[in-house]
Design a protein around this ligand. Sequence first.
Ligand code: NAD
Length: 366
Amino acid sequence: MAEIKDVYTVNKTVYAQMEEMEHEQLVMCYDKATGLKAIIAIHNTTLGPSLGGTRMWQYTTEQEAVTDVLRLSRGMTFKAAISGLNVGGGKAVIIGDAKTQKTEAFMRRFGRFVDSLGGRYITAEDVNIRTADMEYIALETEYVTGLPEVMGGGGDPSPVTAYSTFLGMKAAAKKAWGSDSLEGKKILVQGVGQVGTYLVERLHKENAKVFVSDIAAERLKYVSDTFGAEVVLPDKMLDLDIDIYSPCAMGAILNDASIPRLKCNVIAGAANNQLAEEEKHGKMLQEKGIIYAPDFLINAGGLINVVAEFEGGYQRERAYLKAERVYDICTDILHKADMEGVTPQHAAIEMALRRIQDVGRVKLSY
Ligand code: NAD
């Protein structure tokens, strides 16, 4: 069994984090004129150029931004590998307020920094970065994907992410209850942004009993009005007695404080890096009898979509077809975890690492 260490990184230096998580490169970008502060992390390029979205967030400290981009890019490596994609793991974060700071010059300057890496990093959307921002980035670099459909791109990847998350949830439901039907299941979706809303739509069609929680009142109003979802206040959310909890907001939501309070059988959501500490919190969930569908596996739909676009000749139906594999892979991972007595997250990382190792070896031959 591979040794998979927790990568909980508080109070570690940047190089200590890079060493622990095995990153290749970290790039700090700054532009005085526009106020741009961005960090690009390249985790592993064994399978191909690193690819991952750009997130814009008001981080409290620079250290927090560095840790986030390092953890997110590592997750991208595993996501690509387990999904059978030939790209590596990378990610970018922009430190700042997406509501006030994003201008044409700001996004184009960021595009220049992406271009300076010569294709080692390909960018796309993530939290607070939209397809319109991609248009500006694309004026400065060809290493961008997730472009609007009018520009020949695949458009917003969120519906495909929601689709793979939905399938992963069904695979976990099958493991928990012997049937993958979500009809009548009480499901809490935390974060009803781009992905969460598409997921709620699917769950509503499946006749699940959907609860929603968000910090944005307008998002809650939209999903409750449109899909009849019941709104739960953020501080009451973890005490809810439900069947499935679906984190679709930010990471590290499964931690020492939250896990003891959870009353659910399955966790399956789109948020990246849900487990604050992979091994420790994965085991805590297992001990509580909660089935955890690994986040980087089941939210891979968006990556599958943007890779399909970057490869050329994009067809949305093909991206959806590829995303469908998530159901079988998730079923296999949950089975493998049971057989080997490890957590599903551990089993999934092991499977991803094996592919990177095997393909890396193949590439060595002339
Ligand atoms: P988004 O910004 O559109 O939505 C996030 C939502 O979460 C917002 O409505 C926000 O108000 C809410 N939120 C933030 N903090 C919260 C909190 N503490 N409690 C409750 N709600 C909170 O982002 P998105 O594109 O929908 O992505 C959601 C998650 O899924 C992120 O973790 C992202 O990294 C991950 N993800 C997204 C994609 C994609 O295709 N967009 C792909 C893979 C993974």
